[in-house]
Write a protein that binds this ligand. Structure first.
Ligand SMILES: Cc1ncc(COP(=O)(O)O)c(C=O)c1O
Length: 414
């Protein structure tokens, strides 16, 4: 199977100048940041080239982004929404920040579900908001009890949802699908979370940047599908942040849109005009082309990602049987539990990591000893200890070489 992940050679990829290819030297296989080793989508190349040749490089205007996403969402998931109230914003994290500014004040709480995309912590804290953790359960799924405790903490409302509370506003920032675990929240989970949030007066904001990246279900493996938050009953006052950035590998041509349920349309109107200042018109054209004309390319990428997910499971079983990995339902990210690499002797008698196995710092271990760059699980909040995140969006050769090197580094230390 030849997919857009199988086109470029490692030498060609190393000529790229983005962070994936410049953060480390040429001896390192970079599987850390969420960029894909794909040949670009031709529809995007055409749109950007046409815009540049025509000098269509002015300021962006209107809701073309939301409208293109609405067409894609209707085809892909049968979800339609009113794009006329959407707001085009420079990127997903800035969109989240703008929505948080409208829905909360400094000192208010933002509930997140770790392990989760690290900037959820940094950007939220940077806005003076208080992060409250509601960790995913051991099964990697939303834990409604933890969510309820977090909503009670966030609002000061008693744990049964009664009482006056602190009067503070709060947001549940849900990552769907979840980075780094690849969990796709089900309609029932989302509906239950929305109902809880309503009981505590918590507003709900979904980051759906990974939404187009659910599994197609090849070779007998089940397909998964994304459930847009705003398609779920009870989402009237919710906001979703959508983008083509991850699925079409466009973080260097950033753009995003905030879309609202009918009860949140006024909130989006309250986002100040200044927030749109950084929107790049050519990026919007790139995203619109991807959404309107890039679906066949996306499906080919998804076939390659799914192949790689199962290949990774096989490679780990062969070379690193102490690592636990369950292919996720979405995203091109793999969340590896390395705690099983502890042979029992890795911690000394006072509990310090003795550095003889990767268990204390698997990311540092694999970088130093295997020259494979991964993301450190600890950055993803509670539950990330002993884990690394590996980016599957690469060719078979790179993925195989990376796991072989990682396995050899552990065997060499045994
Ligand atoms: C869940 C999630 N949100 C947001 C982003 C970043 O999006 P942007 O670059 O548009 O801010 C990423 C990037 O990987 C992500 O995984």
């Amino acid at each position: 199977m030849r997919t857009p992940l199988d086109v470029l050679t490692l030498d060609e990829l190393r000529r790229r100048t983005s962070v994936k290819w410049r953060a480390f030297g040429p001896d390192v296989l970079p599987l850390f940041v969420a960029e894909m080793d794909v040949a670009p989508c031709e529809a995007v190349v055409d749109a950007v080239t046409t815009a540049l040749r025509a000098g269509d490089t002015g300021y962006d205007v209107g809701t073309a982004y939301g409208e293109a996403y609405a067409r894609f969402a209707a085809r892909r998931w049968g979800w339609s929404f009113d794009a006329s109230t959407s707001r085009t914003l420079p990127d997903v994290m800035l969109a989240i920040v703008e929505v948080l500014r409208v829905l909360t004040a400094p000192g208010d709480a933002v509930v997140v579900n770790p392990p989760v995309y690290p900037p959820f912590y940094g950007f939220t804290a940077n806005e003076g908001r208080r992060v409250v953790d509601a960790p995913l359960g051991a099964d990697g799924r939303l834990d409604l009890d933890a969510l309820e405790r977090a909503f009670a903490d966030a609002t000061g409302v008693a744990a049964n949802g009664s009482g006056p509370g602190s009067g503070r506003r709060a947001v549940w920032l849900v990552c769907n699908p979840q980075n780094p675990t690849g969990t796709t929240h089900t309609p029932a989970e989302l509906e239950a979370g929305l109902a809880l949030a309503a009981r505590y007066g918590v507003r709900v904001v979904a980051d759906e940047i990974h939404a187009p990246l659910s599994r197609p279900g090849l070779d007998g493996h089940p397909a998964t599908t994304h459930t847009p938050l705003l398609a779920v009953p009870g989402s009237d006052a919710a906001v979703a942040i959508v983008s083509a950035s991850k699925a079409w590998n466009l973080p260097g041509l950033k753009a995003a849109a905030a879309v609202a349920g009918p009860g949140a349309a006024d909130d989006l109107r309250r986002i100040p005009e200044e927030a749109s200042h950084g929107v790049q018109h050519v990026s919007v054209l790139a995203h619109v082309a991807a959404l309107d004309h890039g679906e066949a390319w996306l499906d080919a990428v998804l076939a390659g990602v799914e192949r790689n997910a199962w290949l990774l499971a096989d490679l780990l079983a062969e070379h690193l049987p102490g690592v636990r990995y369950r292919p996720g339902e979405a995203t091109y990210l793999a969340w590896l539990d390395c705690r099983g690499l502890d042979d029992g002797a890795a911690l000394d008698t006072v509990g310090r990591d003795d550095g003889r196995t990767p268990v204390g710092d698997p990311r540092g271990w694999f970088l130093d000893r295997a020259r494979v760059a991964l993301e450190d699980g600890r950055r993803f909040g509670p539950g990330g200890e002993g884990h690394v995140r590996l980016n599957l969006a690469t060719g078979v050769d790179v993925l195989t070489a990376a796991v072989e090197r990682m396995g050899a580094s552990v065997r060499a230390a045994a």
